[in-house]
Design a protein around this ligand. Structure first.
Ligand code: HEC
Length: 370
């Protein structure tokens, strides 16, 4: 099975998840939980509390959030092509850093051997093209830069904006933990599930790779990498990790557009601080009971558990959370259907009014992953 990731597979393999929770409960501390980054029009960030992560010298969590919510225009590096004007435009339900209904378009086609090929998207009435990527930006600073997907690009998909609350804890999970979960899945699922981990480059540590865990395709393994990509792909703001725009048509600023401030921090550093400082979505009592039951069921098949998680000691800065944090939690924000061996589970929990909407979900599967 080559789907989203081992982390997402936890969603399908509720039994393993439950067992992990049960075992981890004995040794791991709960991650701080709460929707505590309200989006405020006045004094943004002033009522927010972080999970306690240390701030760089001179920085504050409120400042990180202000920059995350800042609405950009052409003078601050927006475009030439973009999808949104602020991180919080898409990541804001119910608070800054959450998910939203926002979807973005990916397109391409298959070659003769069935391999996916990125599109050439003509702009400026065909005088230029955007190549080398599948993301299509819906907006442009000037009409000449507007992307239109050619009819030849027959593979199209929408990807919804993901939740980032608590992602620092996901970043802190050691590769070996994810690999171990994948390795024992066939045993506890009678061969039905086997998570496939992919190694992806760490943009801020050239030459290094790590198990991917962020994005719908697990395309990134560190928050800073994802965020450097997002600043360019979603907002058209070039930065030290992604220093070149998709097109120069309509461009008036010089690269990189994101430069360090008086604290020595670029916007992407503030974004990473903000996301790493968010708390995980709170647990839901119904779902916790659901997981507990699944856990005891899976425990009978004695599935191993990731137990403690820690940062790997690589040269890039991973979230510096201590060992023994929960890799998984149960959110009350959104509930998705839990499949058991590929089928929606219909008999659990018995108190449910609807087993589709009242079901289990680990943190990595919350919100719009349905
Ligand atoms: C136009 C909407 C939009 C904007 C603006 C936007 N994002 Fe996203 N974000 C998305 C979508 C859609 C995804 C899923 C993308 C994918 O996997 O292909 C995503 C995914 C992410 C993820 C991965 C979350 C996970 O757990 O897998 C992070 C981190 C993230 N965004 C951070 C940011 C930051 C920081 C900014 C501002 C620089 C930003 N995003 C701006 C829509 C947006």
């Amino acid at each position: 099975m080559t789907c989203k990731s081992i982390a997402a597979l936890l969603c399908l393999l509720g039994g393993i998840t439950g067992a992990c929770l049960a075992r981890a409960q004995q040794s791991a501390a709960e991650a701080p939980a709460g929707f505590d980054t309200p989006t405020l029009a006045a004094n943004p960030g002033s009522q927010s509390t972080s999970n306690g992560i240390a701030e760089p010298p001179g920085d504050t969590y409120a400042l990180d959030q202000q920059i995350y919510e800042l609405v950009h225009d052409v003078s601050t590096g927006l475009g030439p092509v973009y999808n949104g004007r602020a991180c919080a435009e898409c990541h804001q339900n119910p608070v800054s850093g959450g998910a939203s209904q926002f979807t973005e378009l990916r397109a391409g086609h298959r070659d003769a051997s069935g391999m996916f090929v990125n599109p050439i998207v003509p702009i400026d009435d065909g005088a230029a093209g955007i190549t080398g990527r599948s993301i299509i930006d819906d907006r442009a600073l000037i009409p000449q830069a507007q992307e239109h997907v050619p009819a030849t690009e027959t593979v199209r998909a929408f990807r919804a904006a993901l939740n980032t609350l608590g992602d620092g804890f996901v970043e802190a999970i050691d590769d070996q933990t994810l690999l171990a979960i994948g390795a024992q899945q066939p045993g506890v699922s009678q061969g039905r599930i086997h998570g496939e981990a992919i190694e992806v480059p760490v943009l801020e540590a050239p030459g290094q790779t790590r198990v991917g865990r962020f994005g719908w395709k697990d395309q990134h393994s560190s928050l800073l990498s994802f965020i450097g990509d997002a600043y360019l792909n979603e907002m058209g703001v070039t930065n030290r990790l992604r220093p070149k725009d998709a097109t120069t048509i309509g461009k008036t600023t010089s690269d990189p557009e994101d430069v360090p401030d008086a604290l020595g921090l670029a916007d992407i550093d503030h974004f990473a601080e903000f996301v790493r400082g968010t708390k995980v979505p709170p647990r839901d009592a119904v779902l916790a009971a659901c997981f507990a039951a699944l856990g005891s069921r899976a425990a009978r098949s004695s599935s191993p558990c990731p137990g403690s998680d820690c940062c790997s000691s690589s040269s890039f800065r991973s979230s510096s959370f201590s060992r023994s944090r929960f890799p998984i939690s149960i959110s009350r924000f959104r509930r998705i259907s839990l499949c058991w061996n590929g089928r929606p589970r219909t008999s659990f929990p018995s108190s449910s009014t609807s087993t589709i909407t009242r079901s289990c979900s680990p943190t990595r599967c919350i919100s719009t992953r349905f």
